[in-house]
Design a protein around this ligand. Structure first.
Ligand code: FAD
Length: 593
């Protein structure tokens, strides 16, 4: 699959001038063959002819975030295996932080065929994928059973994607994900595309204001020229959708455990057949924390980081541990530690290089505050709006549509030490900034919302990390999603890659099952683990290192990204047998991620 790193994204970080044009030109050329396959069945058409047109390049679907709280409500959700009652107030009210109080205690079993650690997009889609394979087996053999546990440490059932009161109450509360052809392709493969389209909004291009150009007419529209229309939805909405699908269709196989943390204790390294052992502990929300970290899916106080109870440990065994625990990387950290220890004690069962988590220093840190924006009726609702302030792009504004009614969730990206990134800023300072730098957007924000933005603290972004040189431990543990490759969200790659991981794992399971008696996926796990790790570990490294090099500040960007890119390309052209293609070329090769 070709990886579409958007060339316009570069423009937001590179210095202005000739070199900037050069960057844009080179990368646009290199990427000209990348893009999606197939056509979108559900796009909301953007009529390009009504607007000023520019060169048809790939449009990056930007970032947006989260924050804020509003009113309370309550509701009961029912799954087949266990009843979970959750107070929606845990999502919607800042005055009630104890959403966990209403979740009935559900005890994990002592054994599951598969345990998914993490109930984010990757974890829930992986559970659906495994449940679908179990159903296919059941069609062949009635007595076939397969139990899957999804453990999510946040003690809150995800909100319904159809709860309009929640989604319309504060559009800047949850950050938005732009899903391109890779993420959509994965959802399509598992038959979830139509529901995804209903829950998401199409983005048919970008409207961008260059620094210092602030008149409304200065906003240049570039229509997206893609076979697959990018679509946007809140991460929580995607999670809510996948959760609802599991409850409705796969509750016979999937046991959803909210408020449970997983920690591996034994990877079953002695033989192919040894199960993995994990400790599962109960988690609650701390009532004092005002956590505001990248791992939070919303920055509101009500979804602060959970605290897990070390006394409530349950030992559970499984034949397949899928670590989809995001940037927390709990499983990867244990793997790293254990691999090192095994090596020190000479207990290593193979001669593979040490497993490690590569954590990059963030030399270009940015934080963000989210702002709700209501577009005027004559502005198109299906665009990604963006603008950069003068003074070395001090603040970048990126806005994506939350719905088709002109409600946008904008993100203000700032340096952490910027005065406007601090909590409790004087709202007048923020108004002054908008008047000077983004006057086209100021009138679209209400007094009340501007005051809220000024008051709240900024949210941090995850830093670049990847695991390797393999994505597995033993024969039955795999890492996928952000847990394997964490990137800053500038290039809209994280969730897309996470969902694509599940698609690739599904293919690996199918391929490995063919070699087993009765095509039984249960017997295919060791082989599939090996295959997936081989196919995907180089991609995880490339995804993170390329994204990180594009994010280097000032001259480092040229040293670590642009010059190697040009040299690789030249050398490959001169002597293709000796020098491999540059990193973009690698991504465009068939079979690469
Ligand atoms: C502001 C922002 C904007 C973004 N925009 C985009 C975009 O436009 N396009 C895009 O593709 N990506 C985007 N991303 C990235 C995207 O959100 C992530 O890549 C995606 O959520 C990864 O999914 P995941 O399931 O792998 O991990 P996560 O979403 O992080 O989910 C992991 C889950 O595991 C749980 N967990 C952690 N440890 C444990 C444990 N030990 N036991 C049990 N549960 C555990 C966590 O609570 C969490 O719910 C954005 C991210 C941010 C912050």
């Amino acid at each position: 699959t070709a990886m579409a790193i958007p060339p316009l994204a570069l423009r937001r970080f590179a210095p202005v001038g000739f070199t900037n044009l050069l960057v844009f030109f080179v990368v646009t050329l290199l990427l000209s063959s990348s893009g999606g396959g197939g056509t979108s069945r559900c796009c909301h058409a953007f009529s390009a002819s009504h607007y000023r047109l520019h060169s048809p390049v790939q449009i990056p679907v930007g970032l947006p975030p989260a924050v804020g709280t509003s009113f309370t409500a309550s509701r009961t959700t029912r799954g087949n295996r266990r009843r979970v009652r959750v107070s929606v107030s845990s999502w919607m009210s800042s005055s009630n932080d104890s959403g966990s109080e209403d979740i009935e205690s559900a005890k994990p079993q002592q054994f599951y065929d598969a345990i998914v650690c993490g109930g984010g997009p990757a974890g829930l889609l992986a559970a659906i994928m495994l449940a679908q394979k179990a159903e296919q087996q059941q069609e062949k053999k009635d007595s076939y059973t397969y139990s899957i546990a999804v453990c999510e440490r946040r003690p809150m059932v995800p909100p319904s994607p159809w709860d309009t009161a929640l989604w319309e109450s504060d559009v800047a509360r949850f950050y938005l994900l732009g899903m391109g052809h890779r993420g959509q392709g994965a959802l399509k493969q598992f038959g979830l595309y139509d529901e995804f389209c209903q829950a998401s909004v199409a983005v048919n291009g970008r409207r961008d204001w260059a620094p210092g150009k602030t008149a409304i007419d200065d906003g240049k529209i570039t229509p997206a020229n893609k076979e697959v229309t990018s679509r946007v939805l809140a991460r929580e909405k995607l999670v809510g959708l996948l959760h609802q699908i599991i409850c409705k269709r796969y509750s016979d196989h999937v046991h959803l455990l909210y408020g449970y943390q997983v920690e591996p204790v034994d990877f079953g390294l002695s033989s192919n057949d040894d199960p993995v052992s994990v400790l599962i502990s109960k988690c609650d929300l701390s009532d004092t924390s005002t956590s505001n970290t990248s791992t939070s899916t919303s920055t509101s106080k009500s979804v602060s980081d959970p605290v897990c109870d070390g006394d409530s440990l349950q030992l559970t065994k499984t034949n397949f541990l899928l670590a989809a625990d995001g940037s927390a990387q709990t499983v990867a950290t244990v793997m790293e530690h254990q691999d090192k220890e095994n090596k020190n004690q000479n207990k290593s069962h193979n001669k593979q290089p040490l497993f490690r988590v590569t954590r990059f220093d963030d030399d270009n840190p940015r934080v963000y505050k989210s702002v709700p924006i209501q577009l005027p009726s004559d502005w198109p609702c299906d665009l990604n709006y963006s603008a950069r302030s003068t003074q070395d792009s001090r603040i970048i504004l990126e806005a994506l549509p939350s719905d088709e009614k002109g409600n946008m969730c904008a993100l203000l990206l700032m340096k952490p030490n910027d005065e406007l990134a601090q909590p409790n800023v004087d709202p007048q300072r923020l108004w002054d900034f908008f008047d000077q730098e983004f006057p086209q957007f100021g009138p679209l924000i209400t007094q009340q919302d501007m005051a809220k933005v000024a008051q709240k603290p900024a949210s941090t972004l995850p830093s670049f990390r990847y695991v390797g040189p393999r994505l597995s431990m033993g024969h039955r543990t795999l890492i996928l999603g952000d847990a394997a490759h964490t990137v800053k969200p500038y290039f809209g790659l994280g969730a897309n890659s996470a969902l694509e991981d599940v698609q690739i794992l599904s293919d690996c399971l199918d391929e490995s099952s063919k070699a087993t008696a009765n095509n039984n996926p249960k017997d295919a796990i060791p082989k599939a683990v090996e295959l997936f790790s081989k196919q995907r570990s180089a991609d995880a490294k490339a995804l993170v290192t390329i994204s990180r090099n594009m994010d280097r500040p000032g001259k480092l960007f040229y040293v670590y990204f642009l010059i190697p890119l040009i040299l690789d390309s030249l050398f490959h052209k001169m002597a293709p047998r000796i020098f491999g293609p540059n990193m973009f070329g690698m991504f465009q090769k068939e079979g690469m991620g």
